[in-house]
Design a protein around this ligand. Sequence first.
Ligand SMILES: [Zn+2]
Length: 138
Amino acid sequence: LQIPRRIVQEMLAQAVAELPNECCGLLAGCVADGLGRVVQRYPLVNAAASPKEYLSQPESMFAAHRDMLGRGLDIMAIYHSHPTSDPIPSRSDHERNYSPNVVNIIISLKASEPSLRGWWLADGKHQEAEWDVIEEDL
Ligand SMILES: [Zn+2]
């Protein structure tokens, strides 16, 4: 999965802006030659408004899906932040897994430098997903 640097920075900014709560959102793009490339970020409303969990507000989810459909984009990743814990999927992240086919990005703000990790979640297990930051913007 390739993510433009600008979109990574926007995710980090959103995570900081929504402190002390978790933030959430979607990354959409397309797959070419077996490689997914993100072109668009959709910040979602965390309906849980909690520092410990997130719940994507359905209205913001539908609006993102509608826009993706119109642009011919697919969901590449879903992201959320962990304001005070490591970027490792929690039990509720497993329970609320959006899809085993979409990368779960977790932004940790626990340390002074934020860290991001991507995961594939399935059957209560998580496996690190490969992703790269790319400089080029589409
Ligand atoms: Zn989480």
